[in-house]
Design a protein around this ligand. Structure first.
Ligand code: ZN
Length: 152
């Protein structure tokens, strides 16, 4: 049963990552972890649809989307405003930090829970752990590159 203090009094949304139904979400909370896959989710309190599952987003998906948008913005800034290659490299390091931490967090949680979602496919067990390990390695590599970028 839903508690009266939940932010979802009418419809119960599923986890954006694994689809597990969210039983309880404290009204004032913005970020919670899924009980099943442990991925953090962020509750967007706007715009219009206040009770629908659409405003619940995976925090890792948000990071990934942010990474995509900032990459486009950085490349556009490079072309339009003539950023120096040095400034471009610095900007790129920030992007590596975002994608590196998203991948590493997803990898660690994937190894812990044995659940992984890559693209639209959710895997569990051994294949999920293999993919999660790959993400952790890729995320760590991005953070190493970031350190090199910052040292430039
Ligand atoms: Zn989940």
């Amino acid at each position: 049963m839903l508690s009266p203090a939940t932010a979802f009094p009418y419809r119960r949304p599923g986890c954006p990552y694994c689809g597990h139904t969210i039983d309880h979400w404290p009204k004032e909370a913005h970020v919670q972890s899924c009980r099943l896959c442990l991925r953090p989710m962020i509750l967007l309190r706007w715009p219009t649809d206040w009770n629908g599952p659409k405003r619940l987003r995976g925090l890792l998906d948000v990071g990934f989307a942010l990474y995509g948008l900032l990459t486009i913005a950085l490349v556009a800034a490079f072309i339009v405003t003539g950023l120096t290659p040095h400034a471009f490299a610095k900007g790129f390091s920030v992007l590596l930090f975002i994608i590196g931490s998203v991948l590493a967090a997803d990898g660690v949680l994937g190894l812990r829970t044995g659940m992984d979602r890559t693209g639209k496919q959710l895997r569990s067990g051994r294949p999920a752990r293999v993919l999660a390990g790959g993400k952790l390695v890729a995320g760590s590599a991005a953070i190493v590159l970031l350190c090199i970028g910052l040292a430039l």
